[in-house]
Structure formats: structure tokens, C-alpha cells
Design a protein around this ligand. Structure first.
Ligand SMILES: [Cu+2]
Length: 481
């Protein structure tokens, strides 16, 4: 590369880092020689970063191919490495018949390039092209995914393969490691079902049925489960050596599922949540990621063998949710050992100190209106679905707002705020400080508080990242002035 700019494929270390992935788009810190800031270069010039949205076949297993939509003909899309604060020119091509939205999840960027229709972001026309400039920030594990609204069409939106890791290189790498791997989970062949997740249902309190209430509406189930587009046992293993410190970047790129992951015989030292370094890295046996959450964790490879890194849910793991971790010179059937059930606790990664008082507290009560058999449930914030809210709620730039996520439903909701990070200040009644998130998983009938000081002016979307919840009302628009 170097001659024509900033796109480069096949750097060995990153190739292997994708564990089966097939490309890296690099516009990172070694490529500062781009076009000048804030000026979109003419279309004839090559962009720093090109994503082509189009039909893609994914061989998730030896005998099983998924037909979907992806970025640059691969699922996950290419690992995109960017440099914090260094502007890049992005070219988006859309080879499909419908307009697309490309959302840069976790970045603090203007609404027009954030990639959400509700924020009036720029769209990529059907069979068209969109070019803009973007200044990547903040550093850490971000991602990119489609933000269209599929409603009941399970062949669109985040049900597809339109997702890719975005890694914004920090000025200082957190911690020392010998190898890094980017692993994204995703489920395939969605079906409408009346069954709620058994395990989740048993773990969570049930809502007392009220008079005149309809039965629960459609839920989504899946037939195949993958990490980096491969069912367990069908991709390249994660190859490690004894004594190595391995940095894993996990991303839950599901449309609707929250997930747990374990690696028997090993422990995860969690160093960052949603790409943001945590104040107190802690070691845990099981990771939990709501839809769209990221976890960076270091594993010390001190238990030679061949292991399964996967979900503790037996059915989902049998249907593919896992990846083999193979030590050098070790062979045999990959081992799985069921981990102990320890509830995930965001607060162990935070500090125990007072946080500033907010300028304003914003209650956000999550509600559910059962759709009835054969129909869709509807979701509300403070009693109103998105369509009933009558326009955005105004926030002032620079003020500190406390968002109170009060889940009055029996479902878990991975709620996401665009264009900002919020600081967790209270989880299930326990105060905490210093944990910065852009998604937080609020379990059934639980309450979590997060403080945000809006980073930039303009429309800012808040929504549940569970695609079905979002599409059926679970959104709220802010306007930062
Ligand atoms: Cu939800």
C-alpha cells in the first residue's frame, strides 16, 4: 500500500487474528497521509475505507451455506482498524435493491454520518454510493452494522451478516499481550416462535398476569449459531501457545440474543467494556454480552489441551455457538466443562466513589404490551411507543443527565445510546463509578442508572438493541442543543 493510500489487505498478524476472517481494512495510525481534514475528496480519488453492501454466501459449516447480505463479500465484514482522531474518507456502495444505513456503533460522531434514519443520517441509496468524512473516536472496540428497520422481515436488518469490528487504535495499548483475536457471535435462520428462551425465562422473575392481558406475541428463535461466521468445529481454531497472554475482543453481533461465553479451564481478565478500559480489571469465569455489547478480556493460556470456548447453553452450543481453542502440539476432541452459574455484575469493574450529582434525572420506564398469539408485542418508554412520543426530547450540551432505566417487563433489554457513552452510576441498587458503556443489559424487573453528558449537538437515538423490541416501539429520540 503506502503508494495509493490507506487500504491494505492481508497483513499476516491480523489475518490470523480474525480466526478465519478474510481481510483487514486499515486506515489506522500508520496511515496519516490522507486527505486534509473536513474536506470530502472528489469521487475520483480513492477512499481510505470502502464498504460494499451486497448479497453474500457464508459457509457456516462444511455442508451448510447461508445466503445473506454482508460487507465486502464476507461475514463478519473486514476488521476495520482506524486511528483515534485521524479523519478518514469512507465510501459506501450498496449493491442491494433497498436503501441502507451504516451505523458506526460506539463512536462519538455527528448525526449525519452516524447512520440512523431516526437521526436523519445520510443513506446509501439502492444500487448507489455514499461518500463522507469521519473522524474516529474514541479509542477502543467499536463496530459497524446496518440500521434499517426490518420489522417482520427476518432477511433484513441485523438478522443479516451486515456487521464488522471497528478497532480504533488507542494512543496507549491497554496491557501487554502476545496475540489478539476478534470474535463476533451471530445467529442464523431466524424463525418466529411462541417459546421464550427457557433458561432466561427460568432465571427471570415472571410478570404477574393482569386482567384482560393478551398472551405473549412472537419471539425469535434460531437454528444455527456461529462465531466469526462458523459453527463450532467448522472454522479455524484459535491457536495458542502455553504461557501466552491472549487478548480477546468479543462482540455480540446478534439481532436479538443476549449471550454468555466461557472457556473451561481458563479465566477471563476483563480489561474493557464496550471498548472503554474499566477502572478495575477483574477476572471472571463467564462473560455475559447483551446484544451489541463488547468485552475485551485477557486470558493466560496455562492449561494445555483442546478446549471449547462457547455458550453454556447446551442446545445453542450443539447448534454452533462456540470456537475451538487449540494449544500448540495438542490434539483430541475439544473439551467442554459446564461453568458455575455466577450472575454477571457490572459493578465489580467499577470504582466505589461518589459521582457528580446530575443536573437532571430522566426516568425511563420500560413497558410491554403483549401482542397476543400470532402478533407482535409492543414496547413503550414511559408508557409511549416511539410513534406516540411526538418528537425528540431536548437535552443541553454539557449538562449531566441521569438516565434511569427502569425495566417493568420480564424481558432483558440491551439498551443503547447513540453518539455517546454513559457512566454506570447504579446497578440494581448498588452505586458504582467509572464504567463507561454505550449498551447496558437491563434484566427483567431490574433498574440501572447511567449518567451522560451529551458529547455533540444534534439528534441522538436511544433504543433497545433487540431488533424486534426496537422495531415495535422501543426507541426514544433526543435532540442535543
Ligand atoms: Cu429490548
Amino acid at each position: 500500500m503506502d503508494g495509493d493510500g490507506t487500504e491494505r489487505f492481508g497483513r499476516r498478524d491480523f489475518f490470523s487474528a480474525m480466526a478465519g476472517g478474510a481481510g483487514v481494512l486499515l486506515a489506522g495510525c500508520n496511515n496519516r497521509s490522507g486527505t486534509p481534514e473536513s474536506e470530502t475528496p472528489p469521487a475520483a480519488e480513492k477512499a481510505d475505507l470502502t464498504l460494499r453492501i451486497g448479497p453474500t454466501l457464508v459457509d457456516i459449516a462444511k455442508d451448510h451455506t447461508i445466503s445473506t447480505i454482508g460487507y465486502n463479500g464476507q461475514v463478519p465484514g473486514p476488521l476495520i482498524r482506524l486511528c483515534e482522531g485521524v479523519p478518514v474518507t469512507v465510501d459506501l456502495f450498496n449493491d442491494t435493491d433497498t436503501p441502507e444505513l451504516v451505523h458506526w456503533h460506539g463512536q462519538i460522531i455527528p448525526a449525519d454520518v452516524d447512520g440512523a434514519g431516526q437521526e436523519k443520517s445520510l443513506q446509501v441509496p439502492a444500487h448507489g454510493r455514499l461518500r463522507y468524512r469521519l473522524t474516529p473516536q474514541p479509542a477502543g472496540a467499536r463496530w459497524v452494522h446496518t440500521h434499517v428497520t426490518p420489522m417482520s422481515d427476518l432477511s433484513r436488518g441485523t438478522y443479516t451478516g451486515q456487521f464488522a469490528f471497528v478497532y480504533i487504535e488507542p494512543k496507549n495499548e491497554p496491557g501487554r499481550y502476545d496475540q489478539e483475536f476478534f470474535l463476533a457471535t451471530h445467529e442464523w435462520e431466524p424463525i418466529f416462535t411462541t417459546q421464550e428462551e427457557e433458561e432466561e425465562a427460568s432465571e427471570q422473575p415472571q410478570k404477574p398476569p393482569s386482567k384482560n392481558e393478551k398472551p405473549n406475541g412472537w419471539e425469535i428463535g434460531y437454528q444455527r449459531f456461529t462465531i466469526n461466521g462458523k459453527c463450532l468445529g467448522h472454522g479455524e481454531p484459535v491457536r495458542v501457545k502455553q504461557g501466552q497472554r491472549v487478548l480477546f475482543h468479543f462482540l455480540n453481533a446478534s439481532a436479538t440474543e443476549n449471550i454468555q461465553l466461557a472457556l473451561p479451564g481458563h479465566r477471563f481478565q476483563v480489561v474493557a467494556l464496550d471498548g472503554n478500559p474499566v477502572p478495575r480489571p477483574q477476572t471472571v469465569e463467564v462473560l455475559e454480552l447483551g446484544t451489541a455489547e463488547r468485552i475485551d478480556a485477557v486470558v493466560e493460556m496455562n492449561n494445555p489441551g483442546v478446549w471449547i470456548l462457547g455458550t453454556p447453553r447446551d442446545d445453542d452450543r450443539r447448534n454452533g455457538m462456540g470456537i475451538v481453542v487449540e494449544y500448540a502440539n495438542k490434539t483430541g476432541t475439544p473439551r467442554w466443562v459446564k461453568p458455575a452459574k455466577i450472575p454477571w455484575d457490572y459493578t465489580i469493574f467499577g470504582e466505589n466513589r461518589p459521582v457528580p450529582m446530575p443536573d437532571e434525572v430522566i426516568p425511563m420506564v420500560f413497558g410491554k404490551i403483549n401482542g397476543g398469539t400470532g402478533s407482535f408485542n409492543h414496547w413503550t418508554i414511559n408508557g409511549k411507543g416511539f410513534e406516540e412520543q411526538g418528537g425528540p426530547r431536548t437535552l443541553s450540551k454539557g449538562k449531566r443527565y441521569r438516565l434511569v432505566f427502569d425495566n417493568q417487563t420480564d424481558d432483558a433489554h440491551p439498551v443503547h445510546l447513540h453518539r455517546n457513552s454513559f457512566e454506570l452510576t447504579n446497578v440494581h441498587g448498588k452505586p458504582v463509578a467509572g464504567v463507561m458503556k454505550d449498551v447496558v443489559l437491563v434484566k427483567g424487573f431490574k433498574k440501572i442508572e447511567g449518567d451522560v453528558t451529551p458529547a455533540g449537538e444534534g439528534l441522538t437515538l436511544f433504543h433497545c438493541h433487540q431488533q424486534l423490541h426496537m422495531d415495535y416501539g422501543f426507541m426514544l429520540l433526543f435532540n442535543v442543543v
